[in-house]
Ligand binder design. Structure first.
Ligand SMILES: Cc1cc2nc3c(=O)[nH]c(=O)nc-3n(C[C@H](O)[C@H](O)[C@H](O)COP(=O)(O)OP(=O)(O)OC[C@H]3O[C@@H](n4cnc5c(N)ncnc54)[C@H](O)[C@@H]3O)c2cc1C
Length: 407
C-alpha cells in the first residue's frame, strides 16, 4: 500500500477520502477500491482497530483477542467477494451451528439451529485482530489505488465540487467524496451538520474469554435476566467468549472482581452450562448507547458503520450492519455509469435509500428486545417468557428470524 500523500493538483486527487481505521473503515476502503475508486485512507497511527492491540497471534491457547465478533453469513459472502474473508485465519474462528436463548424464569427459551435454515452455520465467531489483518491484506492488494495517511481528521470543509479534509498534521486532502467511518463519536458527521439522537442505556458490556470444562458443541448461549443479557459464544477448542451486558454499577462490580471470582460468577449465572471456567483475557467494559442519525448522507459525505448507527450488541449485529453499509455504498458507486462524480448527492441518496430499512429494522429489533426485557411492568415478564416459548414452537417465524440475522 502506498504511503505517499496526494499532491494538491486535481489530476492526482483521490476519488474519495475514507476517515477511520476500524473494521468498517478498512471494509469501506476495500469496497470503494473494488468499485474502481482511488482512495485516501485517513487512519490514526497505532493499532489498526480498537482491540487489535491484543495482538498479533502469539500462538494457540494464548493471547486471544477479547474483542470478538459474530460475523453473519451475509457479511462473509460480501467479505469473500472482495477478497478479504479468504485471509482470515480459519483455525482461530468457530462456527456457530446453533443458538439457545433462555428467558428469566429458568424454563422458557428459544432455540435456533443452522439446519432449520438449511445452512452449515448461523454465524462465525472471529477475533477483531484476525478480521482486521485479513481486511488490511485485501486492501494492500489494491496497491497504488489506496494511499494510507497516518493522521487524524481535524477539520472538514465542503465545497461545491470537492470536500477538503484538514488533518491534524497540517496537510489537506481534497476529494469529491468523504466517507465517515470514524465511529460513534464521528467528527465528520458533526462537521457535516448531521444531527444524532442518542440514548444512553446506562449499561456496560463486559467482555472476556474463558477456558471451560464443558464443551460448547458450537452452540452460542444467551440468558436474559431482566435487563441484563449474558452471552457465551463458542471459540475454538474449549474456549468461550463472554459478552455480559448489564447495568453500569453491576458491570463496575464485575470488572472489579479478581480472575477467579469473575470466572466463578459467570459459571454460577450460566447455571453449569459451561462447567467451571478459567479467565484467559482481562475483562474489558464497553458503555452501551443507541444512536440514530438524521440522515446518512450530506453533500459530498456518506456515513458508514457506527458513525451511521449504534445498536445494542445483544443481537451481535452492529458490525454486520456496517459491512452492509460498505457493500451498498460500493454497489451504488460501481453502478454509477456515466456519472463521473462519486460525491453527487443524488447518487449518495440512492445509498441512503438502500440502507434505510435494514438499519431501522435492526434498531427497532435490538432496542425493542432490550426494552421488553428491561420492563418492570407487572405481567410483562410472564408474557415475554410465554412469547419465547411460542416463537420456539412456530417453525415458519423462526425460519424468518434466522434469515434476518444471517443477512
Ligand atoms: C461488547 C460489544 C460486542 C459487539 N459484538 C458484535 C458482534 O458480535 N457482531 C457485530 O456485528 N457487531 C458487534 N458489535 C458492534 C461493533 O463492535 C461495532 O458496530 C463496530 O466495531 C463499529 O466499527 P466502526 O469501524 O464503525 O467504528 P470503530 O470501531 O469505533 O472505529 C472508528 C475508527 O475511527 C477512528 N477515528 C475516530 N476519530 C477519527 C478522526 N478524527 N480521524 C481519523 N480517524 C478517526 C478511530 O481511531 C477508529 O479507528 C459489538 C459491540 C460491542 C460494544
Amino acid at each position: 500500500m502506498s504511503t505517499q500523500f496526494f499532491a494538491a493538483g486535481a489530476a492526482s486527487r483521490p476519488d474519495a477520502v475514507v476517515v477511520g481505521a476500524g473494521l468498517i473503515g478498512a471494509a469501506a476502503v476495500l469496497g470503494l477500491a473494488e468499485a474502481g475508486l482511488r482512495v485516501a485512507w485517513v487512519a490514526p497511527p497505532g493499532p489498526a482497530v480498537p482491540g487489535a492491540a491484543d495482538g498479533v497471534h502469539p500462538g494457540p491457547g494464548d493471547g486471544w483477542d477479547s474483542r470478538i465478533y459474530a460475523v453473519s453469513p451475509g457479511s462473509i459472502d460480501w467479505l469473500s467477494s472482495v477478497g478479504a474473508w479468504q485471509g482470515v485465519d480459519a483455525a482461530r474462528t468457530c462456527d456457530v451451528t446453533a443458538m439457545q436463548v433462555s428467558g428469566d424464569d429458568g424454563r422458557s427459551g428459544i432455540g435456533f439451529d443452522a439446519r432449520d435454515a438449511r445452512r452449515p452455520r448461523l454465524a462465525v465467531i472471529c477475533e477483531s485482530s484476525n478480521l482486521s489483518q485479513a481486511l488490511e491484506r485485501a486492501v494492500a492488494r489494491h496497491g497504488e489505488a489506496v494511499t494510507r495517511v497516518s493522521d487524524t481528521l481535524a477539520d472538514l470543509r465542503i465545497g461545491e465540487r470537492v470536500a477538503s479534509v484538514g488533518l491534524a498534521g497540517g496537510t489537506t486532502l481534497r476529494a469529491p467524496l468523504v466517507v465517515a467511518a470514524d465511529g460513534g463519536g464521528s467528527t465528520v458527521r458533526e462537521r457535516a451538520g448531521i444531527t444524532v439522537e442518542r440514548r444512553d442505556y446506562r449499561h456496560t458490556a463486559v467482555v472476556a474469554n474463558f477456558r471451560c470444562t464443558r464443551p460448547h458443541h458450537g452452540v452460542a448461549r444467551q440468558w436474559f435476566f431482566g435487563d441484563a443479557v449474558l452471552a457465551l459464544l463458542p471459540l475454538p477448542g474449549d474456549r468461550r467468549s463472554m459478552v455480559w451486558s448489564c447495568a453500569d454499577d453491576h458491570a463496575a462490580w464485575l470488572l472489579g472482581l479478581g480472575p477467579q471470582a469473575l470466572a466463578a460468577e459467570v459459571a454460577r449465572v450460566a447455571g453449569g452450562d459451561a462447567g467451571s471456567l478459567d479467565l484467559l483475557s482481562p475483562a474489558r467494559g464497553f458503555p452501551l448507547r443507541l444512536q440514530r442519525v438524521s440522515q446518512l448522507v450530506a453533500p459530498r459525505i456518506a456515513l458508514v458503520g457506527d458513525a451511521a448507527h449504534a445498536v445494542h450488541p445483544l443481537a451481535g449485529q452492529g458490525m454486520n450492519l456496517g459491512f452492509g453499509d460498505c457493500r451498498a455504498l460500493s454497489a451504488v458507486l460501481s453502478a454509477r455509469g456515466p456519472q463521473p462524480d462519486p460525491g453527487d448527492l443524488a447518487l449518495l441518496r440512492r445509498y441512503q435509500r438502500a440502507r434505510a430499512e435494514p438499519i431501522a429494522a435492526m434498531r427497532l429489533a435490538t432496542d425493542g428486545l432490550f426494552r421488553l426485557f428491561a420492563s418492570g411492568l407487572p405481567g410483562v415478564g410472564r408474557l415475554r417468557n410465554l412469547g419465547l416459548g411460542w416463537v420456539d414452537r412456530a417453525p415458519l417465524l423462526k425460519r424468518e428470524l434466522i434469515a434476518v440475522a444471517m443477512a
